[in-house]
Design a binder for this molecule. Structure first.
Ligand SMILES: Cc1ncc(COP(=O)(O)O)c(C=O)c1O
Length: 411
């Protein structure tokens, strides 16, 4: 494994790029000329293999194969096949992962199914800095089934679980700070309190080295449009550890979760394993894009990719410190997800000024500028150049223009 030290010059950054074991993976992406794309924590860029897969699925399988393609092109098997390939990235068994629905819907299904497993099935827990959809979904579920919701302070979800039992919904990597939680420690607390954790792996999959089996995780979901590069709105996945699957009932008992959907019986009988959490017809064009994107990961060892992502982030943190820009992300050498959040009260305008220069980052209100460092296509020189540009924008106050201050719907 490569030993990274923080480059002190652009030349030193170029040396790291030259020796990068993942350098050739960048060629597998369509990256617009002249753009520095540091937003893979929001929407990953298009792998060439994903674009080709969509062309094949639409131009041939749909256009010519039509309904026969459910069988002939293996459309029916895509959710489990793609799930099995995601399983390798998160330390799970292939049959324990299925691609379906969105993270929001999967959180609902998993948390509802988990409630009867917990000793205290009258309690849902979510931390107050959790990604908003996780909070909204859990609140909605609580209201629907008449279960109380505990809003724990940031980082205190496990303590609430230890005290109350119940079901905790928790991100492995925080969307704002990129802080990484200790999954094993959390799972031990869950076991001791007869509670259950539903993990959100959205900011973890494809960028940090997740090992669900070793951590003892039982339930998880995550998105595939960020670091997995599955495309805008790509379907999410569900992970269910085999030995608990039989005890779980999805509240959305659609026909695709049925053991034999084409027997058209009127009684519901779920599939085995994670597949029981499928509900409706899979989105084949999106799934095809995702399957194509997963080709990029076939030769990737997550341990190596995660080490590079952290080193790219370390360089960003080091350069930000020289600019006196505070960060809410873990520091140099600390366990961190794939992005770094730098704070500035004019962060929105600064990010717009960067975007105008073809350096794509994003902004999370009220003041966080997020820079994402996917190890598959971001180079050390990209981070160096982006930070040079940021330094210049700050020094010249070139962000201070009306056109950079009008907020768009998506930030
Ligand atoms: C941690 C986390 N959970 C969930 C989501 C979104 O869920 P969905 O795919 O249902 O829109 C995001 C989106 O950025 C996220 O960061």
């Amino acid at each position: 494994m490569m030993n990274y030290s923080i480059p002190a010059s652009r030349d030193a950054a170029a040396t790291l790029d030259r020796d990068d074991p993942l350098a050739s993976v960048r060629d597998r992406f369509h990256l617009p000329d002249g753009m520095l794309y540091l937003d893979g924590h929001s929407l990953g860029p298009a792998p060439k293999s994903a674009l080709a897969a969509v062309t094949g699925a639409s131009g041939q399988e749909w256009a010519n194969g039509l309904i026969r393609s459910w069988n002939d092109a293996g459309w029916m098997d895509l959710p489990l096949k793609a799930g099995g390939r995601i399983a390798r990235l998160i330390g799970a068994e292939p049959q324990d992962v299925i691609v379906c629905d969105s993270v929001s819907i999967n959180l609902f299904k998993l948390a509802a199914a988990a409630l009867p497993l917990a000793k205290n099935s009258d309690t849902l827990i979510v931390e107050e800095d959790e990604f908003p959809t996780d909070q909204y979904i859990i609140e909605g579920l609580g209201n629907l089934v008449g279960v109380k919701l505990i809003r724990a302070k940031a980082g205190e979800g496990a303590a609430a679980l230890a005290e109350h039992g119940g079901v905790l919904v928790k991100s492995v990597v925080n969307y704002r700070t990129a802080t990484v939680v200790d999954m094993s420690e959390h799972e031990q607390i869950a076991q001791q309190s007869d509670g259950v954790i539903v993990w959100d792996l959205s900011h973890a999959t494809g960028v940090i080295d997740v090992d669900l089996k070793t951590a003892g995780a039982r339930l998880a979901t995550g998105c595939t449009y960020k670091y997995v590069n599955g495309g805008p709105g790509a379907p999410a996945f569900v992970y269910v550890k085999s030995d608990v699957a039989a005890e779980l009932t999805s509240p959305l008992s659609g026909w695709m979760g049925h053991a034999s959907p084409f027997e058209f019986t009127s009684r519901y009988s779920p599939k085995d394993n994670a597949a029981r959490f499928s509900a409706g017809t899979p989105p084949i064009l999106s799934l095809s894009a995702l399957s194509g994107a997963l080709n990029v990961f076939d030769a990737i060892e997550m341990r190596i990719a995660a080490a590079k992502a952290r080193a790219l982030g370390d360089l960003c943190v080091a350069r930000a410190a020289q600019m006196d820009l505070p960060t809410i992300s873990p520091g140099i050498g600390e366990n961190r997800g794939g992005h770094v959040s730098l704070l500035h009260e004019n962060g929105y305008a600064i990010v717009q000024a960067l975007i105008a220069d073809n350096i794509i980052a994003d902004f999370r209100a009220p003041d966080a500028m997020r820079f994402g460092f996917s190890p598959l296509y971001v180079r050390f020189t990209d981070v160096w150049d982006a930070m040079d540009r940021l330094e210049n924008i700050l020094a010249t106050r070139s962000w201070d223009k009306p056109q950079f201050k009008t907020q768009s719907a998506v930030t």
